[in-house]
Every structure is written in structure tokens, then in C-alpha cells.
Design a protein around this ligand. Structure first.
Ligand code: PEP
Ligand code: MN
Length: 360
């Protein structure tokens, strides 16, 4: 995909490229008020969802076709470019007829190859920029597959949007960033621009600034951020939206790294290390949670905490694996011993907890 072209946002701001606007278009007044204030802050590409894919029926599913005229008015009155999410060929047809400047594919659609193929077919021969959000599950191949379907339909102005991945594990994020996945996407398709969507990764407005900074540290090209004139009153994703003025403040305080400077490579590598460590800590916490569950199982079945055979087997398997992957056996042995020790302590903890009422 060497001939993929960059997305233009025409910001009056320095890099990164910015796309901002409310999660959903709710009313003409809300759309116009948000757009006017964003325009004043220098934003040139406005987003608003017209058709909202909701996990369960009964929620606000977007204003639909009715909102098209509102976004056209944004274009006419502010001169901003406008973008919305498309999930079916009918959406594509309506948006093209209305002369929108860009579309994005949502995370639930990227995950569905049939829907992606239908959208790609409906875009055949059309030169419009398309942003492709990552699929909800951490599946890089599905993400690349969606980009390939669009590429095969002739789309060249294309970018990927990293919006995090859903997970059952408890985390501070609404969708875990798993930075290694967009980094691997960039390694596989170096010419593709990557935007970060800190709103859907964080799920709360306090996380937008730090996640945006992390994305910039990793050299991402742009940001897609949800911004609403009255965030607390938003009909969808209220907790993660910020006012246009707060958005402007966040962007001013975000440090944009100098990509031409050699040390940048070092910063990016260090950021990757930090992200990996974040993930390691989260994984360890998950492992300890499972250990506690095992602890209560053993207690219910009157089993001892330590099963020596199981421990020996675990050590042997991991040290062999470490060697195969270019690490010292001894390093892995020490690491697994430390992890196992803490696991045993957690299991004992469960025993103590459960024993307490009997002690009294
Ligand atoms: C959105 O951008 O409002 C949206 C629904 O995003 P996602 O597809 O990433 O959940
Ligand atoms: Mn949203």
C-alpha cells in the first residue's frame, strides 16, 4: 500500500492533525454551538456521529439523516470540513450526496468483514478520505483487512485511528490502549498515518491529556477528540467529552516532539518501554487475581496451597521458552520465582480471610 496518501486537516495549529466534535449530533443548536466554538479554537475538521452503533437496543441511536443538513450548515457557516461515521452503503450514499469531506469507519464495523466489504464496494471509484478505527477486539489482522478492502476499492487517502481495545479485565481505561498493536500496524504499513482517539481509550475527560501526550511521544500523526458545547449534558459518551475551550488548552499543553531530531527515536523507544511496563503490571495484577481464585478453590476442596509438581513444570516450561526467545534461563527462573512467591502469598491471604469467621 505504498501509494497511500496523507489526510489533510488544514489546521491553523501546528502538528498534530486534529479532528474534533461531539460524539453525536443531537440538535441543530448543539451542533452549531460546538462547531462555532471549535472553529474559534482553530479546529478545521469537525466530527459528529449521525448514526450511532449501540451495544444494546433502546439507547440513543443517533439522529440519522435529519442531521445531515446541520453538518452542511457547519461547512457553510464556519468553513470547517465535516466528517461522520458510516456503517452501511446507505450511509455512504447519503453522506456522498451531501458532499461531506471525510468519513470514518467505527470499531464495531471494522470488526465485521461483510460490512466492511459492502462499504468498500459502495466507495468504489470515489476519492474521499476514510479513517478506519481499530476493531473492538485486539486483532491487528482484522484492522489491516479493513484497510485492504478499502485500498482494493481504490481508496488512497486513508488513515488508521487507534481507539483502544475492549477487555474484561479491570483497568483505568474504557478501552485498553495496547500500544504495541498500532505500533505493529505502522511497522507493517509505514506509509499509513495513525490518529489516536484518547476519548474512547480513556472514557473519562481527565485521561485525554495524558493519552494524547503518549500518542505524540510515539510519533502518531493526529488526534480525534470528542468535544461538546455542554459535555455533561451530552446524549452519548458524556464522561469523556470536553468543551472546545478545554480541548484547546489540552492541545496547547501537549508537547509535540520534533520528528526531525535524532533523539526522537530514543524517546519513542522509551515510550514503548513505558507502555510495555504498564501492560506488564496490569497482566501481573490479573495473574494475582486468578491466583486468589485458585486459593479459594483449594480451600473449598481442602487442598494444600503448594503443588510442587505443578511449580516445577511451570518453571521448566518458562525457562525453555525464555531461552528460545533469546533470554537467559537464569533471568526467567528468578522472575518466575518472584512471581510465584507473590502468587502463593496471595493464595494464603485468601485462606486467612476465609478462616477469620471460624477463628472468632
Ligand atoms: C465514536 O467515534 O463516537 C464511536 C462510536 O467510536 P468507536 O467506533 O471507536 O466506538
Ligand atoms: Mn463516542
Amino acid at each position: 500500500m505504498e501509494d497511500i496518501k496523507p489526510i489533510t486537516t488544514n489546521d491553523t495549529l501546528p502538528h498534530p492533525k486534529i479532528i474534533a466534535g461531539p460524539c453525536s449530533a443531537e440538535s441543530e443548536e448543539q451542533v452549531m454551538e460546538s462547531a462555532r466554538r471549535l472553529s474559534k479554537c482553530g479546529i478545521r475538521l469537525f466530527r459528529a456521529g449521525l448514526w450511532k452503533p449501540r451495544t444494546k437496543p433502546g439507547g440513543f441511536e443517533g439522529v440519522g439523516t435529519r442531521g445531515i443538513a446541520w453538518l452542511r450548515r457547519v461547512k457553510e457557516e464556519t468553513g470547517m470540513k465535516v466528517a461522520t461515521e458510516v456503517a452501511t452503503p446507505r450511509h455512504v450514499e447519503e453522506v456522498l450526496r451531501a458532499g461531506f469531506d471525510m468519513v470514518w469507519i467505527g470499531a464495531r464495523t471494522t470488526a465485521n468483514p461483510f460490512a466492511m466489504q459492502e462499504i468498500a464496494d459502495s466507495l468504489e471509484g470515489v476519492d474521499i478520505p476514510v479513517l478506519v478505527k481499530n476493531p473492538v477486539s485486539p486483532d491487528l489482522e482484522l484492522w489491516i483487512g479493513a484497510l485492504e478492502r478499502l485500498y482494493n476499492a481504490g481508496i488512497r487517502r486513508m488513515a488508521a485511528v487507534h481507539r483502544g481495545f475492549s477487555s474484561l479485565d479491570k483497568s483505568i481505561y474504557r478501552n485498553r490502549p495496547m500500544w504495541g498493536i498500532p505500533i505493529e500496524l505502522k511497522r507493517r504499513i509505514p506509509e499509513i498515518e495513525i490518529f489516536c482517539d484518547p476519548s474512547h481509550i480513556g472514557g473519562k475527560r481527565e485521561l485525554i491529556a495524558p493519552i494524547s501526550q503518549q500518542a505524540m511521544d510515539l510519533g502518531f500523526e493526529g488526534l480525534m477528540i470528542e468535544s461538546h458545547c455542554t459535555p455533561d449534558a451530552a446524549w452519548s459518551d458524556a464522561a469523556q467529552q470536553v468543551t472546545p475551550e478545554r480541548l484547546s488548552e489540552i492541545l496547547c499543553n501537549t508537547i509535540i516532539r520534533d520528528k526531525s531530531c535524532e533523539a526522537q527515536d530514543l524517546n519513542e523507544l522509551r515510550s514503548q518501554i513505558d507502555k510495555t511496563d504498564d501492560e506488564l503490571v496490569e497482566l501481573l495484577a490479573h495473574r494475582m487475581k486468578v491466583a486468589r481464585m485458585i486459593g479459594s478453590y483449594k480451600r473449598r476442596h481442602n487442598m494444600p496451597v503448594l503443588q510442587r509438581d505443578r511449580y516445577e513444570e511451570l518453571l521448566a516450561r518458562r525457562t525453555d521458552e525464555a531461552e528460545r526467545l533469546g533470554m537467559e534461563r537464569e533471568f526467567m527462573r528468578t522472575l518466575m520465582q518472584a512471581i510465584h512467591e507473590e502468587s502463593v502469598r496471595q493464595q494464603m491471604d485468601v485462606l486467612d480471610e476465609k478462616c477469620e469467621p471460624e477463628k472468632r
